[in-house]
Design a protein around this ligand. Structure first.
Ligand SMILES: Cc1cc2nc3c(=O)[nH]c(=O)nc-3n(C[C@H](O)[C@H](O)[C@H](O)COP(=O)(O)OP(=O)(O)OC[C@H]3O[C@@H](n4cnc5c(N)ncnc54)[C@H](O)[C@@H]3O)c2cc1C
Ligand code: SF4
Length: 498
């Protein structure tokens, strides 16, 4: 019998596996494959082939569409760490208001996770002109970002999102998961946990992998299948759960916006990863403090022509203040010139591309479809944090010119996409307030907690963080792992190596 089965190998699962493999027999079950440098798709057709669906269960990425929202996520050894930008940021303390654990209590776990993930600031960041412009626009609010990137190997191709073929990304297979393997964790890759059922002394897991169906038993189970994967699995398994299951989910204020063709040289280094930001705070209608992080990005080199052409057309349709003083013919002439001159010197070099993360109002709810959980939040695009962001961009345009292309989800036929959905099994003080407690134990609505069952991933994050979530998920999981280690150490079970 397995001591601890860890389902999923993203930030939650990787931390748990690394910490517990030193003490117990740990099995990591991951439905995705181990993608290595050279394996990642580099073309649109390659991306399409890597789409995970019924006919391609080993695919790298997938998405789900709900009312008003779209969610994209990865399926791989290392979870979304293999396809993300590796931005590692700690939320403001006010993001933890109402949580069953305080920012102060989490502080040592943040430190520990930051050390293990090994993020660092871009050593060539000062060459990027957007820093200077942001310093001028938002004095004292600019924050250098840290990324889990080995900068000496980074060739600044800007393809971090489909995955790094240059071996420059410090994804989890090179950090926490490498430690777990070293400590003896067993792996079952390309294997999906279809269901979990309580049995005497633990849980029985139904697995579907390359060899077909099989069953394994484990004394303890940590579900770390990512926000949607965890919702899917627990829903399928019909584990009795607290009423907050699938409720009050957050998109983490995710948005994508552009300030196009300003008067300043901005994105002159096409392809460099996102490495600077401004962190703004504002009060919501109830007087509570919220954070908005505006991260300055660049279009990947390979997508310059496509993005440049699309933005030139959009900017031609959207009329900003400067354009109102101009005849339509002049405006379109300018855009046609942009279309032709989408080059290293074109309008894109004077444009900001913004990735937004902010504290939204966590108004999403899960709906279970035949392909899994989707999040419904029809008016997400009107959330106060996105309105605040649009207003701020317009202020910037007043100062440095340019056409504001606000959250692209506002454009006809588009919807808000998030790459970090959070919640659904949120932490709470009890079974009315949340689905798990502050150390990931799952409340049983019939009383107490489900023995031996924990959740450690983005689904337990109680509310919007306002910054990219990976570091927080790792820190929460470090704390959960420490509690589990204590539990194992005091266990009378003879198979435990503690
Ligand atoms: C394109 C993109 C860019 C991002 N950029 C950043 C960034 O720069 N900084 C940041 O902080 N965050 C970023 N994020 C978000 C961040 O990567 C996620 O929030 C984080 O990975 C979530 O960690 P997790 O442990 O909850 O789950 P995940 O990383 O999603 O891992 C869950 C794993 O569980 C597996 N799984 C699911 N169901 C099962 C099952 N039934 N059986 C077995 N395995 C299963 C999945 O295949 C997956 O590999 C980005 C995300 C994406 C998609
Ligand atoms: S920009 Fe750097 S880290 Fe990102 S994919 Fe290219 S080489 Fe890898």
């Amino acid at each position: 019998m397995i001591d601890v089965a860890v389902i999923g190998s993203g930030y939650g699962g990787a931390v748990i596996a690394a910490r517990l493999a030193r003490r117990a027999r740990v099995l990591v079950i991951e439905r995705g494959a181990w993608w290595r440098p050279g394996d990642f798709p580099e073309s649109i057709s390659g991306l399409a082939r890597a789409y995970m669906g019924r006919g391609n269960p080993g695919g790298l990425w997938s998405m789900r569409l709900g009312a008003g929202t779209g969610l994209a996520f990865a399926s791989a050894f290392g979870g979304s760490s293999v396809v993300n930008y590796g931005i590692t940021a700690q939320p403001d303390d006010h993001a933890f208001a109402g949580w069953p654990v305080t920012a102060h209590e989490l502080s040592p776990w943040f430190e520990r996770a930051r050390r293990e993930l090994g993020a660092s600031a871009n050593p060539r960041g000062d060459e990027l002109p957007d820093k200077r412009v942001l310093d001028e626009l938002e004095p004292e609010a600019r924050v250098d970002l840290e990324n889990t990137i080995d900068w000496s190997a980074c060739v600044r191709c800007g393809r971090c999102v489909p995955g790094c073929n240059h071996g420059a990304k410090r994804s989890l297979d090179r950090t926490y998961l490498a430690q777990a393997i070293h400590a003896g964790a067993e792996l079952r890759l390309r294997t999906e946990v279809r269901s979990l059922t309580a049995e005497a002394g633990g849980y029985r897991l139904e697995l579907a992998g390359p060899g077909g169906r099989e069953w394994v038993s484990a004394r303890r189970v940590v579900v770390a299948a990512g926000t949607l994967g965890t919702l899917d699995l627990l829903h399928r398994s019909q584990v009795p759960l607290a009423p907050m299951f699938g409720r009050r989910m957050s998109m983490n204020g995710d948005g994508l916006a552009f300030l196009y063709d300003t008067r300043r040289a901005l994105a002159t280094h096409h392809g460099a990863p996102i490495s600077t930001s401004v962190r703004l705070r504002f009060e919501d209608d109830e007087g509570a403090l919220r954070t908005l992080m505006v991260m300055s990005g660049r279009v990947p080199r390979a997508a310059l022509r496509l993005a440049g052409a699309g933005l030139a057309v959009l900017a031609g349709v959207l009329i900003d203040r400067r354009d109102r003083r101009e005849q339509p013919a002049g405006r379109w002439l300018r855009r046609i010139r942009d279309l032709i001159a989408v080059t290293e010197r074109g309008a894109l070099t004077r444009s900001f591309m913004y990735k937004l993360d902010g504290q939204d109002t966590s108004g999403g709810n899960a709906r279970f479809t035949s392909s899994g959980a989707v999040v419904d939040w029809p008016d997400y695009v009107d959330d106060p944090v996105l309105q605040f962001a649009a207003a701020r961009l317009r202020q910037w345009a007043d100062r440095i010119g340019g056409v504001v292309i606000p959250d692209v989800a506002r454009l006809p036929g588009m919807r808000s996409f998030s790459v970090h959905p959070l919640g659904g099994c949120r932490m709470g003080r009890d079974g009315l307030d949340g689905v798990v407690d502050a150390v990931g134990r799952v409340f049983d609505p019939r009383g107490g907690v489900h023995p031996g069952l924990r959740i450690a991933d983005g689904s337990i994050v109680r509310g919007s963080l306002g910054v990219p979530p990976s570091l927080t998920i790792a820190a929460l999981s470090e704390r959960i792992a420490a509690d589990l280690e204590r539990e194992l150490a005091t266990s009378r079970d003879p198979t435990m190596t503690a």
